[in-house]
Design a protein around this ligand. Structure first.
Ligand code: ADP
Ligand code: MG
Length: 628
C-alpha cells in the first residue's frame, strides 16, 4: 500500500465510524444535517472537488460528476422532505470510495507484480581497479571494458566471457527455468542471473543499448499502445455518460409532468427525482473503464513471464486473431548456426578458397558469413579487403588482395555471368568466383531447431489455418526443411523484396478479420517484419533492427513460444470480453430496475462496486494466462 492508499483507507474507516456513531445520535433538524455533513465531506471532498473542476473545464460527464450530483441531490431531497435520511448519500459515497480504493490497490499490486517479474534492472556493475572490485553505475561502463559478475548477481551489461565459467539463470528473460552453462568466449546477455561461478566479461554494448535496457523500455511503453477494445471503451464512455445523464434528467422531469397532466398516475416529483439520482449512481461505468486496460496490462505481464514480449495491447489483440503464420527459415526455424561441411571443385587450395571467402565475408553479419569466419579460425585481416558489397538474399562481392571475389548463391553467380557447378550435397551452397572465374564452392549446413516441428503442430492446434515458409535459400534445402517440419507452403530463392511481395500477396488474400504474423530474425527480413500485421522477432539471436521493427519479441528464439503467445492473447481477450459483457449486462439490468423503482441507491452502489471488484479480479487472471 502506498501513502495515498493508506490515507484513503484512513478516510474510509473514519467516515464509516462516524456514520455508525451518528446512527445512534438522537439529533434532529439542522444540527443533524451538519453532523452528517462531516462524514460526507471526509469521504467525498475530493470527488466534489474533481467534479467542480470538471465543470469548470467543461469536461462535465465523468464518474465524479455522477457521484457528486447523485449524492448532493439525495441530501438536498432529504433536506427538502425533512426526512433527515442522509445516511444513504454518505453511504453511497463511502462505497464508491471503497471501490476506488480497491481498484487502485489491485492495479498497483498487479503493476508491482509485473515489475517484479521484470525485476531485471541491474543496480551496479563491478569493475576491477588495482585488484579490488568497485561498484559503479552500469551507465558509466564503456564498451569493451571488463566487468566482474559474481554468483548471485545480475549481469548488468551484454558482453562476452573472457574468464571463468558458470551457469546462468535466464528465467526473467525467457521464462525458461533450465540454467544455461557459459564459458570463455560465450556471449552473455544482461538480465540473466549468475548462479555458480565468477565471470569476467568484456562488454560489447553500452548499458543503454544492452538487452535489459531494451526490454525494460519495451515493457514500460507497452501499455501506451492502445487496442481497439480500449478505444471502444473511451468512445463508449464519451457517448454513454451524456446519454445516462440525459436519461436521468428525462426520468426526473417527464413522468411527473405526465402525472401533472393527468396522463399518468401521479407518484409525486420527489419519487422521480430520487429514481433519477439512483439512476445516476447505478450508471457509473467504473468496472468497464478500469478492468479492460488492466486485463491487457496483465496479459502483457503474463506473456513476458513466458518469455514473450508484446509491445502493446493492440498486438495482443491482433495475436488472438492470427490465422496465417509466415516464417523466415534461416535463424527462425533453423538454428542459423551453419557449419562448413565441405569444399568442392576448388581451383585453388581449399584453405586459400576458405581464406578468400572469410575475407570477403569479413563485414557481414549473416549467419553464413559467421560460419565461414568460424571455419577459417582466425580474425580476418580487414586491411586486405576493400569494396565490400553485400546483396541481401544473394551474397557478397569484395576485392581481396587485388582480386575480385564473389561469394554467394546461384543467383549471384548468374548475375555475374559465372558458370557454376551445382552441388549434390545436402545443405546451403556458397559458390565462389575469383576474378570472374568459378573457383569452387563451400557446402555448409544448418540444423532445424529442436522445437520447430512441434511449433508448427502447436500453431495448428491453436487454430492457425496456414503456415508458410519464405527463404532466400536454394529450393532443395527449402523443400527438405519444409517437408520435415510440415509447413503448408514454401517459397524459396527469394530476395528480401520478394519476401515483402509474398507477404503482401498473403495479406491481400487472407479473409477479413484474420491476422498475419511474420516471424523472422531480422537478417534480410526487417522490412517484412514491419509490413506484417504482427512482426515477431527472435530476441536472442535476432538483429537489433529486428527487435526494433517487431511487435512481439521471443526472448529465447524458441518458435514454440508463438503458439503460446497466441494462447495467452486469446485467454486475455476472452477475459476482456467477459468483463465487457458482464459489466454492461449488470449495468443495464440495474438501470432498468432503478427506472421501474425496484431498486434503491444502496443496491445501485453495491452492484457497481461488486461488479468492479469481480471484473478486476477477473482481469488479474490474465497475468497467469501463460502458465502450463
Ligand atoms: P533466409 O530467408 O533463409 O533467412 P536469407 O534471405 O538471409 O535466407 O539468405 C538467402 C540466401 O542468400 C542464403 O541462403 C545464401 O545462399 C545467400 N546469402 C545471403 N547472404 C549471404 C552471405 N553473406 N554470404 C553468402 N551467401 C549469402
Ligand atoms: Mg533470415
Amino acid at each position: 500500500m502506498n501513502k495515498k492508499q493508506k490515507r484513503m483507507l484512513a478516510r474510509i474507516l473514519l467516515a464509516a465510524a462516524l456514520l455508525l456513531a451518528l446512527a445512534f445520535a438522537p439529533v434532529e433538524g439542522w444540527p443533524r444535517f451538519f453532523l452528517y455533513l462531516v462524514p460526507y465531506l471526509v469521504i467525498g471532498y475530493d470527488i466534489l472537488r474533481k467534479a467542480a473542476r470538471g465543470i469548470r473545464n467543461r469536461q462535465v460527464f465523468d464518474e465524479n460528476f455522477l457521484m457528486a450530483v447523485a449524492t448532493v441531490g439525495a441530501i438536498a431531497l432529504a433536506l427538502y422532505e425533512g426526512s433527515g435520511d442522509y445516511t444513504e448519500a454518505v453511504a453511497v459515497m463511502l462505497f464508491y470510495q471503497v471501490g476506488e480504493w480497491f481498484q487502485s490497490y489491485a492495479v498497483g499490486k498487479s503493476r508491482r507484480n509485473i515489475s517484479q517479474l521484470m525485476d531485471i534492472r541491474p543496480d551496479y556493475a563491478n569493475v576491477e581497479r588495482d585488484g579490488r572490485l568497485e561498484r559503479v553505475d552500469p551507465d558509466e561502463v564503456a564498451v569493451g571494458a571488463v566487468i566482474v559478475v559474481q554468483p548471485g548477481e545480475k549481469v548488468p551489461i551484454d558482453g562476452v566471457v573472457t574468464e571463468g565459467s558458470s551457469a546462468l539463470n535466464t528465467a526473467a528473460l525467457t521464462g525458461e527455468s533450465l540454467p544455461r552453462d557459459v564459458g570463455v568466449g560465450d556471449e552473455v546477455v544482461s538480465g540473466c542471473v549468475n548462479m555458480t561461478g565468477v565471470l569476467k566479461l568484456r562488454t560489447t554494448r553500452e548499458f543503454g543499448e544492452s538487452t535489459v535496457s531494451k526490454i525494460l523500455d519495451l515493457v514500460e511503453n507497452a501499455s501506451s499502445r492502445k487496442s481497439r477494445s480500449e478505444d471502444f471503451i473511451s468512445r463508449f464512455a464519451r457517448v454513454y455518460t451524456p446519454a445516462v445523464c440525459g436519461a436521468a434528467l428525462a426520468l426526473a422531469v417527464l413522468p411527473p409532468l405526465a402525472g401533472a397532466l393527468g396522463l399518468w398516475p401521479d407518484a409525486g416529483w420527489e419519487t422521480w427525482a430520487y429514481r433519477a439520482l439512483t439512476f445516476l449512481v447505478a450508471s457509473c461505468p467504473c468496472a468497464l473503464v478500469i478492468s479492460i486496460p488492466l486485463s491487457f496490462f496483465a496479459g502483457i505481464g503474463g506473456a513476458s513471464r513466458a518469455g514473450v514480449l508484446v509491445k502493446g495491447s493492440n498486438y495482443l489483440e491482433a495475436l488472438s486473431r492470427t490465422r496465417i503464420v509466415v516464417f523466415d527459415k534461416t535463424g527462425t526455424l533453423t538454428r542459423g548456426v551453419f557449419e562448413v561441411r565441405g569444399i568442392h571443385h576448388s581451383r585453388m587450395k581449399d584453405e586459400t578458397l576458405l581464406e578468400y571467402a572469410a575475407l570477403a565475408e569479413s563485414a557481414s553479419s549473416h549467419p553464413i558469413a559467421q560460419s565461414i569466419r568460424r571455419a577459417y579460425g582466425r580474425e580476418p585481416d580487414r586491411a586486405r579487403v576493400t569494396d565490400i558489397r553485400e546483396t541481401g538474399g544473394s551474397g557478397v562481392t569484395a576485392t581481396v588482395d587485388g582480386h575480385t571475389v564473389a561469394a554467394g548463391n546461384d543467383r549471384l553467380m548468374e548475375r555475374l555471368g559465372v558458370e557454376y557447378i551445382p552441388c549434390r550435397g545436402a545443405g546451403t551452397v556458397v559458390h565462389m568466383a575469383v576474378d570472374g572465374q568459378y573457383a569452387g564452392h563451400i557446402l555448409i549446413a544448418d540444423v532445424v531447431k529442436p522445437t520447430s516441428k512441434a511449433a508448427i503442430r502447436a500453431l495448428k492446434e491453436a487454430g492457425v489455418r496456414e503456415t508458410v515458409m519464405l527463404t532466400g535459400d536454394a529450393r532443395a534445402v527449402a523443400d527438405r526443411v519444409a517437408a520435415e517440419l510440415g509447413v503448408d507452403e514454401v517459397h524459396s530463392q527469394l530476395l528480401p523484396a520478394d519476401k515483402v511481395e509474398q507477404v503482401e500477396r498473403l495479406l491481400a488474400e487472407k479473409p477479413a478479420g484474420a491476422r498475419l504474423a511474420f516471424v523472422g530474425d531480422g537478417i534480410n527480413d526487417a522490412p517484412v517484419l514491419s509490413r506484417a500485421d504482427i512482426g515477431i522477432a527472435m530476441g536472442a539471436m535476432g538483429s537489433d533492427a529486428a527487435i526494433e521493427a517487431a511487435d512481439v519479441v521471443l526472448m529465447d528464439d524458441d518458435p514454440l513460444k508463438i503458439a503460446k503467445a497466441i494462447r495467452i492473447s486469446r485467454k486475455c481477450l476472452s477475459i476482456v470480453y467477459q468483463n465487457i459483457v458482464f459489466a454492461i449486462g449488470v449495468k443495464l439490468a440495474c438501470l432498468v430496475l432503478v427506472a421501474l423503482g425496484l431498486a434503491n441507491m444502496w443496491l445501485a452502489i453495491f452492484a457497481d462496486v461488486g461488479v468492479m471488484i469481480l471484473a478486476v479480479l477477473n482481469a488479474i487472471r490474465a497475468l497467469f494466462a501463460g502458465r502450463g
